[in-house]
Design a protein around this ligand. Structure first.
Ligand code: URA
Length: 441
């Protein structure tokens, strides 16, 4: 089957059949499709779209382009295999809490996570702030972590969905990321290859999300649920608001510290708590570990409140090479040498945050990568970022910048000020509740 004929069919608005899609995916893996041909088809898909059958066929072919994990064969037959995926945001440390909570409720959570992408943070980068933590354990270490903790947050490795690895890298540099069928196939192929029994998706909208408009995010959520369900993977999707930093902090070590305080019950930002418990509830219910979503939420709440989730997290970190007792204070989370408040220029309330700019400020501080392979500085970020609608007095900190030096701190302070819309008076009621609720699909 000639690549040019497949590209021509899509270019002219035709639907591709499973054989054509299979040829494309094989070509991605064995190199028989060139970068130019693969990117040309991706661009044709961006313009012409794909129907449900094509999207499902693409997801299937990409899922089977590499290894498909079999947890039963690996000796984990007793528990449902569960995972969560977020479309990415700023301050989104939910995975660090969700994995141990779900493990404490009886799920097996081999959570395949990613690195930072653009302005959004990555779970693997966050965990690497823990001295010694290995995101690429050998199989024996991974299995030991899963046996001891019930969860292991790790990277995908080269064998899972290799077609996505090549296609994603091409899309990244050819302006072909923003395509609903390509995003659906990319996300779900990795999740299905991870051998899951159920999945929960956190689909974000707002100024810090990749899908800014609520309607775009809702369409993505619907497509993800439809395609996953058709493939036999029970999936729930929640839509959540990314018009402000999730939780208090954004930055790798800062977010790990926040997650630890959350798991220990010391400090739980209400929106972060609500979203974490809602995602846990959706996943536990989808995975058959609770009869109703309400019962699932109660189970998750108890696992958190009783410290069982914190203990699972500590076991996971120790098994994957991190500190032996991560719940004890002073185990060595790195701290930034420069910590400066960003004073509010006037009295008023926070009417809006440009959250994407806040994420980019963290990247510029060294908390993310400007080009592939850059080293991350785990110490840097933004701490105690004021919530949307919060009242502020002149001179009060809108956020604290954690930086490696004075000049990067000054640049980040300017970025925070520019990202903040401060309006005189008290916030309207609608703004005060924005983002508190999670929209269930
Ligand atoms: N995340 C993915 O894994 N793939 C996409 O295409 C977009 C977000």
């Amino acid at each position: 089957m000639l690549p040019a004929e497949v590209i021509r069919t899509k270019r002219d608005g035709g639907a591709l059949d499973a054989a054509q899609i299979g040829a494309f995916v094989r070509g991605l893996v064995d190199g028989s499709w060139s970068d130019a041909q693969s990117a040309a088809l991706a661009m044709a898909i961006v313009w012409r779209g794909m129907d449900r059958h094509e999207t499902t066929a693409l997801t299937d072919a990409m899922t089977h382009s590499g290894e498909v994990l079999d947890w039963r064969a690996a000796g984990f037959a007793d528990r449902p295999v569960l995972d969560k995926h977020s479309t990415g945001g700023v301050g989104d440390k939910v995975s660090l809490m969700l994995a141990p909570i779900v493990a404490a409720c009886g799920g097996l959570v081999p959570m395949i996570s990613g690195r930072g992408l653009g302005h959004s943070g990555g779970t693997l980068d966050k965990l690497e702030a823990l001295p010694g933590y290995r995101v690429d354990p050998d199989r024996a270490t991974l299995h030991r972590a899963l046996r001891e903790a019930g969860c292991a947050i790790i990277g995908a490795g080269p064998t899972l969905a290799p077609a996505d690895k090549r296609l994603y890298a091409l899309r990244d540099v050819t302006a072909t990321v923003e395509s609903l069928p390509l995003i659906v196939a990319s996300i779900l192929s990795k999740k299905r290859a991870a051998g899951l029994d159920a999945l929960v998706m956190d689909v974000k909208f707002g100024s810090g999300a990749f899908m800014v408009e609520h309607a775009q995010a809702a369409a993505l959520a619907e497509a993800l649920v439809d395609v996953a369900t058709a493939a036999g993977l029970p999936t729930r999707a929640l839509l959540s608001d990314m018009n402000q930093v999730l939780g208090h902090h954004a930055g790798n070590a800062l977010e790990v510290a926040e997650a630890l305080a959350f798991l220990k019950g010391e400090r739980q930002e209400p929106r972060l708590l609500a979203l974490t418990l809602d995602l846990c509830a959706g996943l536990l219910h989808a995975g058959g570990l609770a009869a109703t979503v309400a019962a699932a939420r109660d189970r998750a709440t108890a696992a958190l409140a009783e410290g069982r989730a914190a203990e699972r997290f500590a076991r996971m970190v120790a098994a994957l090479g991190g500190p032996a007792d991560v719940l004890a204070t002073g185990f060595g989370l790195p701290m930034a040498p420069v910590q400066r408040p960003v004073p509010a220029p006037a009295d008023g309330h926070i009417a809006a945050w440009d959250v994407r700019s806040l994420g980019l400020a963290v990247v510029a501080l060294g908390g993310g990568r400007i080009k592939p392979g850059d080293r991350i500085d785990p110490r840097v970020g933004l701490a105690n970022v004021k919530a949307l609608a919060a009242p502020v007095a002149r001179g009060e900190a809108l956020a604290w910048v954690h930086a490696a030096d004075e000049s990067s701190a000054a640049a980040a302070s300017a970025a925070v000020l520019a990202a903040c819309t401060l309006v005189p008076g008290i916030a309207p009621a609608a703004l005060q509740t924005q983002g508190r609720g999670v929209i269930h699909t």
